[in-house]
Design a protein around this ligand. Structure first.
Ligand code: HEM
Length: 511
């Protein structure tokens, strides 16, 4: 009896303590947040509510944005603003660029994976990486070299697709595209032949798995208020993350070691056409400022920039092609017209004809890729943190430390931005007399905007055009299951959950 009494008392005390902690927790979240003031955006819940709709988070946020173009979720110490108002986007990303940073809150969450790479830093570190990388991206050498690499990899990809051709076997196009773009960024960015696509890099494949898993696990931290405790005790999702990050680190440090060896064995180091060599040369000048850890961070950020964004965009593009077979046909025809293809040559002959001049003529394809990015932006949510108090152009007050996020995914679905057919896939909206016309980067914000606008935009379009031209010239694609509900996986980049299973059929030239 005594024992029973003790157990009940203990349980009641534990419940009481939990209740008090939870009430204190809620009180702490809601106090000082100007809940009823019209000068602050409406509150749609707390950041911890995201747990309940984590798997469909972008659609949930879109439904809030339809009601209130700017709204808030509350965190313990601050508010998170979410906006779809292009005026606010311009204000935060450009007009008041110096008053908004990545913020300690975001940096703490991403540090284990992204470290001090370009996506996770501000100030001098950002300027240093941006300057070095942008001078590299602007060279003619890089443009020509990258085109050659993309052509080679696209031909290799077409070879793999033809093995699955005639609809005999399905293929996971997202998986193949991830491997293809990883090979490309390794060759162009780091001068390394990885050959993940050819299947000869087991380490590369393990790296992709660890990298994708980490991408999701780090994003989970935004909803998981226990992540710091789990990290401390190395349990649950945090234990998995740590294991993955270790694998990623080992892989990247090996790349750095190999590159150092390669560079030191060259008599003249004039062949510095890749980004890693440029950063390594910099680290030789100032090893303290640019340690191997810092080089690891820089490389990893370029991998996430170069691999995931392009591969996911192309995956959603092929999904759209299957959903809109007439558009697929139209692009395939345009490819043949522009390339002046008599249909007799093989893949290698064909890729040889894909010059930059020809790519520039592919206006309809450019529009279809851009339309894909409007509806399925590779980075669906992105934002900054206020360094000082401010007022947004829509009149709402921001406090120092508040986060201001723009919802690229939701913006693509807003009728007040794109018209009544906002949710329709319609490449024509980007064309005037058949010529592609860009939109304001604050309205079409898939590549970010302002001083931190994506450095790899042209690079990405070049690769996406080459891959889609080769694949749509030689194959017709269909979904494995027309009724399959394709959904995203919630992480920093908009992956298709479970991949995209397609059937490929050889395209007859007369068809
Ligand atoms: C469809 C393809 C791509 C999309 C949609 C895209 C989108 C973006 C977005 C939204 C950002 C801002 C991220 C942030 O806030 O930190 C960004 C930044 C960046 N992107 Fe891209 N990107 C693409 C391809 C690439 C490629 C292929 C590369 C390089 C090989 C690249 C290099 C970068 C770099 C270096 C930054 C950081 C810029 C800075 O902070 O100053 N991107 N990109």
């Amino acid at each position: 009896m005594d024992i029973l009494f003790s157990v009940v008392t203990l349980a009641a005390t534990a419940v009481f303590i939990l209740f008090i902690s939870f009430s204190f927790f809620l009180l702490r979240i809601y106090t000082g947040k100007s809940l009823r003031s019209s000068l602050h955006p409406p509150v749609k819940g707390t950041v911890f509510h995201q747990l309940f709709y984590f798997n469909r988070i972008y659609d949930e946020l879109t439904s809030y944005a339809r009601e209130h173009p700017t709204f808030r979720l509350l965190a313990l110490s601050h508010s998170e603003f979410y906006t779809v108002d292009p005026r606010n986007v311009e204000h935060v990303l450009k007009t008041r660029f110096n008053q908004y940073s990545k913020g300690e809150y975001n940096c703490t969450i991403v540090r284990d994976l992204l470290g001090d790479g370009i996506f996770a830093v501000d100030g001098d570190r950002w300027r240093q990486q941006r300057k070095l990388a942008s001078s590299e991206f602007s060279t003619r050498v890089l443009r020509d070299f990258s085109c050659a690499v993309f052509r080679r990899n696209a031909a290799k990809l077409a070879g793999i697709v033809s093995e699955h051709e005639m609809g005999k076997q399905t293929l996971d196009i997202q998986d193949l595209l991830m491997k293809c773009t990883l090979d490309s960024i390794f060759k162009v960015g780091f001068g390394v032949d990885l050959n993940c696509l050819g299947g000869s890099s087991k380490d590369g494949t393990a790296f992709i798995t660890a990298f994708d898993e980490s991408n999701g696990l780090v994003y989970w931290r935004y909803a998981d208020f226990l992540w710091k405790i789990k990290r401390l005790f190395n349990v649950g999702s945090e234990a998995v993350l740590r294991k993955n990050v270790k694998l990623i680190d080992d892989f990247v440090y090996q790349v750095i070691r190999n590159k150092r060896k390669e560079l030191s064995s060259q008599v003249h180091c004039s062949d510095k056409e890749d980004i890693l060599s440029r950063f390594l040369a910099e680290s030789e000048k100032d090893p303290d400022k640019m340690s191997d850890r810092y080089l690891r961070d820089i490389i990893l950020n370029f991998i996430i920039a170069g691999k995931d964004t392009t591969a996911t965009t192309l995956s959603w593009f092929f999904y759209m092609m299957c959903k809109h077979p007439l558009i697929q046909e139209k692009i395939s025809q345009q490819v043949r017209q522009v390339i002046d293809d008599d249909g007799c040559g093989n893949v290698d002959d064909f890729v040889g004809k894909l010059t930059e001049e020809k790519l520039d003529k592919m206006h309809y394809l450019h529009a279809a890729l851009t339309e894909t990015l409007r509806l399925y932006p590779a980075v669906p949510v992105d934002g900054k943190c206020a360094e000082i108090d401010d007022i947004l152009p829509d009149g709402f007050k921001v406090k120092q430390g508040d986060g201001v996020y723009y919802l690229a995914y939701s913006m693509g679905r807003m009728t007040n931005i794109w018209g009544e057919d906002a949710e329709e896939f319609r490449p024509e909206r980007w064309l005037k007399n058949g010529i592609f016309c860009p939109e304001s980067p604050f309205k079409f914000v898939s590549f970010h905007a302002g001083p931190r606008i994506c450095l790899g935009k042209e690079f990405a379009y070049r690769q996406m055009k080459i891959i889609s031209m080769v694949l749509l010239r030689f194959f017709k694609f269909q979904m494995e299951d027309e009724k399959q509900q394709v959904r995203y996986k919630t992480m920093f980049t908009l992956h298709i959950d479970g991949g995209l299973k397609l059937r490929a059929f050889a395209r007859l030239v007369s068809s």
